[in-house]
Design a protein around this ligand. Structure first.
Ligand code: HSE
Length: 414
C-alpha cells in the first residue's frame, strides 16, 4: 500500500480524489501497488464530502507523516504551493502537480531539488489538461530536435472565441459559461490576457530546449482586442483567428516565443480545434509534425493526468524519472521587435486608394483582403514576412498620415 496526500480540494483536487477512488482497482493493477489517500489539505470545510475524515488544515500532518510517499499539489498559485512543494521534495516525497504557474516560475529550482533528493517532480497536467504532452515530448520524441511547438493552450479563450464566432455570443456571457464549466482560472484575466497560455508555452519551451524560459520573457497578448470584423476577414481569407502559444528555434539558436492571436489557415491542423479543446503541434526534425488534441481544461481530464503522474511516481519510488532542465538566461529569447512574420492590418482611411499606396511603400508583398458588407473607408491587408520593428514604424507612419490602424494581427506560418 502506498499512501498519497492531495493538497487542494478545488475543481482539479476533488477530481483527483474522485478518480483515485472510482478507478481504485485498475490503478492498483497499473501501479502494481494499492494507492490510498491519507490526507486532503484544504482550509475550507467539506462536511458532505465522502472523504470527510481525510481532511486536514495542517500541512505538517502531511510533511511529518513518513507513510506519505507521493503528494499531489493541486492548489494553484505560487504561494504557498512553492514552499509546500519544496518541503515535500526535501523530505523525500515525490510531488505531482497541475500547477502551471508554479512550474513555469520555479520549475528549474524544484526539478533540481527533486534531483538532489532522488525523488520525482512530475507535471503532466500543467499543460493541455488531459492531453498527454509532457511525457511524449520528454520520452517519445526524445530522439528529435524540436524545431517548433505551436498550440492552442488555453481552453477558456478557445471556448470564448468559438462561441463568439459560431453563435455570436457576447464575450462576457461566453466567459461566464466557461467559469461555470470549471475551465477558467480563479482570476480569468490570466486566461483572457494570455498569461495562462504564456505559462504553458514557457513550460514546453523549457522542456524542449533544456533551459528554463520564464513567462516574463514571453511576448504575451490576449484576445480582448479581437473583433467580429477581424474574424470575418480571417474567414474570407480562408482561415480562423486562434490564440496561439508558439516557440521556434531560430537560425542563431535564439527562441521566437510568443502568445498572441494569429490568423491561421483552414488547412492547418490547429484550425479545427474548437470549444474547450486544445491542440498542440510539435515539429521534430525526424518526425515532422506531430499533433496532440483533447480537452485542455476541466475537472476529470486534468485529474486524469494528475493521477497518471501519481501512478508513475508509485512505479518509480526508488528511481528518478529523467525530467529535467536547468536555469536559463534572457538572452536565449529573441527580442520581440526583432522577430519576423507576415501581418494582417485593418485600417480606416478617408482616401482608401491613397492609404493602400502608402501601405505598399511601407511594407512588403501587400495583398488586400475583403469581407461582405465592409463599410466605406475600411481597408484590410496582409503582408509578407516583415520584422516587427518595421511593422511598428509602418503603423506610426500610417497614423501620422491620418490612417487609423484598427487591428494588427500576426499571421501564422505553420
Ligand atoms: N484556465 C485553463 C484553461 C485551465 O482554460 O485552459 C487549464 O489549464
Amino acid at each position: 500500500m502506498v499512501y498519497v496526500a492531495i493538497m487542494g480540494h478545488g475543481v482539479v483536487g476533488s477530481g483527483v480524489a474522485e478518480v483515485l477512488l472510482s478507478h481504485k482497482e485498475s490503478i492498483a493493477r497499473r501501479a502494481k501497488e494499492e494507492i490510498a489517500i491519507k490526507y486532503i489539505l484544504d482550509i475550507r470545510e467539506f462536511p458532505d464530502s465522502p472523504y470527510v475524515e481525510k481532511f486536514t488544515k495542517s500541512f505538517d500532518d502531511i510533511l511529518q507523516d513518513e507513510e506519505v510517499r507521493v503528494v499531489a499539489e493541486v492548489m494553484g498559485g505560487v504561494h504557498p504551493a512553492y514552499e509546500f512543494t519544496k518541503s515535500c521534495l526535501e523530505a523525500g516525497k515525490s510531488v505531482v502537480t497541475s500547477n502551471k504557474e508554479l512550474v513555469a516560475t520555479k520549475g528549474a529550482e524544484l526539478l533540481e531539488i527533486a534531483r538532489e533528493h532522488n525523488v520525482n517532480y512530475l507535471f503532466e497536467a500543467s499543460v493541455g489538461g488531459g492531453i498527454p504532452i509532457i511525457r511524449p515530448i520528454s520520452q517519445c520524441l526524445a530522439a528529435n530536435e524540436v524545431i517548433e511547438v505551436a498550440g492552442i493552450l488555453n481552453g477558456t479563450t478557445n471556448f470564448i472565441l468559438t462561441k463568439m464566432i459560431r453563435e455570436k455570443m457576447g464575450f462576457e456571457e461566453a466567459l461566464r459559461l466557461a467559469q461555470q464549466l470549471g475551465y477558467a482560472e480563479r482570476n480569468p484575466t490570466a486566461d483572457v490576457e494570455g498569461l495562462d497560455a504564456g505559462r504553458k508555452i514557457s513550460i514546453l519551451a523549457s522542456l524542449c530546449y533544456g533551459k528554463h524560459i520564464y513567462p516574463d520573457w514571453v511576448h504575451t497578448q490576449g484576445i480582448s482586442g479581437i473583433t467580429l470584423e477581424d474574424v470575418a476577414y480571417a474567414s474570407s481569407w480562408g482561415g480562423v483567428i486562434k490564440l496561439i502559444g508558439q516557440v521556434r528555434r531560430l537560425e542563431d539558436d535564439t527562441l521566437d516565443i510568443t502568445v498572441e492571436p494569429m490568423f491561421i489557415e483552414q488547412s492547418s491542423q490547429l484550425a479545427g480545434v474548437d470549444d474547450v479543446f486544445n491542440g498542440i503541434l510539435v515539429k521534430g526534425d525526424a518526425t515532422g509534425d506531430v499533433v496532440f488534441y483533447g480537452k485542455g481544461a476541466g475537472k476529470l481530464p486534468t485529474a486524469s493526468a494528475v493521477v497518471a503522474d501519481v501512478i508513475d511516481c508509485v512505479k518509480h519510488l526508488k528511481a528518478r524519472k529523467y525530467l529535467y532542465w536547468t536555469d536559463g538566461t534572457k538572452d536565449l529569447v529573441k527580442p520581440y521587435e526583432q522577430t519576423v512574420y507576415p501581418v494582417y492590418l485593418r485600417l480606416q482611411a478617408e482616401d482608401v486608394p491613397a492609404a493602400l499606396e502608402l501601405v505598399k511603400t511601407l511594407l512588403p508583398q501587400v495583398k488586400t483582403l475583403s469581407r461582405p458588407q465592409s463599410p466605406a473607408g475600411e481597408l484590410a491587408v496582409m503582408t509578407g514576412p516583415v520584422v516587427v520593428a518595421r511593422q511598428e514604424e509602418a503603423v506610426a507612419a500610417l497614423q501620422e498620415a491620418g490612417v487609423k490602424v484598427l487591428s494588427k494581427i500576426r499571421v501564422a506560418e505553420f
